[in-house]
Design a binder for this molecule. Sequence first.
Ligand SMILES: [Zn+2]
Length: 125
Amino acid sequence: MPIYEYWCRHCQGKVMLYLPTFSQSSPSCPQCGNNTLQRLFSTFSVHKTYKDVYDNILSDSQLVKGMLSNDPKALAEWNKRMSQGEKVAPEYEEMVDKMERGEMPAELASNSLGGSLGEATEGAD
Ligand SMILES: [Zn+2]
């Protein structure tokens, strides 16, 4: 079953929703009932190995904050942690390298991750 991860701005925490299909564009938070959820990532089936990493990342409020504000460095850190123990393609390394220098690679700026995160925080600054 696909798991969708959301960040609740009200609870200031992540919630995981198990949805058979992604039909609701904005489900309410199962914890506080508010419609203050923003989807963290696109469809994401949590692998066991990823889950711990993921929890670790999401418990790092500084990192989450950076990710939500589309901070390239935070995204680089996220990528680093998510790719733990996995082989990373050279071009991917290069991309992460760029982000660590504070640059947003074109590949990311236009894809769903950067897009959805940017969208979600629009006007929040
Ligand atoms: Zn909530």
